[in-house]
Write a protein that binds this ligand. Structure first.
Ligand code: NI
Length: 369
């Protein structure tokens, strides 16, 4: 069987058997089995799920890495494919199955041409990207210690096969989460004067938050604040003691990220105070922005040309990727691979055109050769 058919077969297996973040046991076992069958060395490190392949070249050179995330999503698949997910409510709806086989294919091609390879390539089959913290599991091990630069790919259903999106600079946002608690004094709904109603204060805070991006951030900088959940009270005639809201902040500039947190805290605390209430903002920092290194971008464009792929400016996203955690240490480049236009990622009808797999594996291997 030729490599193309083999990779397509592997892809169907991974697509059929999606597993959620931190639960990728069967996926990990299958990747290990394939790597072993192909004579590719597995890097000895402890990962509960996920695995790292190593290909040592015949020539001197740097250690580079390729990140392929491996987890699926809690979505019921509606593609109608004959190799659709067999797990109820689980689906590879972000193309990580495609990332896995592209990484495997790249590993096989590099292994065949080891003698021409200068340096070492580590292919990181990373768990739990969807949790946005899976990269930290890899970073807890010594896998990245000698790595000089890292490459990453993502399926892109807004582009046709044969088209790759590449852009220098920020391509995905820093992802932060906040929970805000507004504390008032509960009382009878008929006697608001007996208490402090946290609901109007909360409403005013939401409005205030929406002025931060519009009034405090440079208009050329992408940034957003989304309040995604508000909860207060449990019946019609009682004013609750507290209200809670939750949401996310997305930025691409490090200073904006700090500024927004500070402004939100000021607005929340001072607005609450104006209503006689108290506010407490709890901030959970996720991955920083994904930043594509200039030299690596140039190389990825040149290599795409050699491979006969068309390059377009990469669409920037206010979504995030924990790939950025690696880039806190070393330069990286995150490339979007057109997988055929259709439903977007994280949707039940999302599909990857299988014809993209082999060319992607070849493209990735050429980045290292
Ligand atoms: Ni993804």
């Amino acid at each position: 069987m030729c490599l193309k058919e083999k990779l397509n077969g592997y892809f169907e297996w991974f697509h059929r058997n999606p597993e959620l973040a931190y639960e990728e046991y069967a996926t990990t076992a299958k990747i290990k089995e394939i790597l072993t069958d192909e004579g590719i060395r597995i890097f000895p490190c402890h990962l509960e799920t996920g695995v790292v392949a190593v290909i040592e070249g015949g020539k001197e050179g740097p250690v580079q890495a390729l990140r392929c995330d491996i987890d699926g999503l809690p979505i019921q698949e509606e593609t109608g494919l004959d190799y659709a997910s067999v797990q109820t409510g689980r689906m590879h709806a972000c193309g990580h199955d495609f990332h896995i086989v592209s990484g495997i294919g790249c590993g096989i091609l590099l292994n065949e041409r080891k003698n021409e390879l200068a340096g070492t390539v580590k292919i990181i089959f990373q768990p739990a990207e969807e949790s946005s913290l899976g990269a930290l599991k890899v970073l807890e091990t010594d896998v990245m210690e000698d790595v000089a630069q890292i490459w990453g790919i993502h399926a892109d259903p807004t582009n046709e096969p044969g088209v790759v999106g590449i852009r220098e600079g920020c391509v995905a946002a820093a992802v932060d989460r906040f929970v805000l608690t507004v504390k008032g004094i509960g009382c009878h709904g008929a006697h608001p004067d007996d208490g402090i109603d946290p609901i109007p204060a909360t409403a005013a805070i939401v409005q205030g938050f929406q002025t931060v991006v519009a009034r405090n951030i440079n208009a050329f900088h992408p940034a957003l604040i989304s309040v995604t959940r508000i909860e207060a009270g449990n019946t019609w005639n009682v004013i609750p003691e507290r209200a809670v809201m939750e949401g996310t902040v997305r930025t691409m500039d490090r200073k904006d990220r700090i500024l927004i947190e500070r402004r939100m805290k000021e607005i929340a605390e001072n607005t609450a105070r104006a209503y006689g209430a108290e506010a407490e903002l709890e901030w959970t920092a996720g991955p920083p922005a994904v930043y594509n290194d200039g030299k690596m971008v140039q190389k990825s464009v040149r290599t795409a040309k050699v491979c006969g792929l068309l390059t377009v400016p990469e669409e920037r996203s206010m979504g995030g990727d924990d790939f950025a955690f690696y880039e806190e240490r070393i330069p990286g480049c995150y490339i979007k691979i057109g997988t055929g236009k259709g439903q977007l990622i994280h949707q039940p009808g999302f599909m990857v055109d299988k014809n993209v797999i082999f060319p992607t594996a070849e493209y990735l291997s050429r980045l290292f050769l």
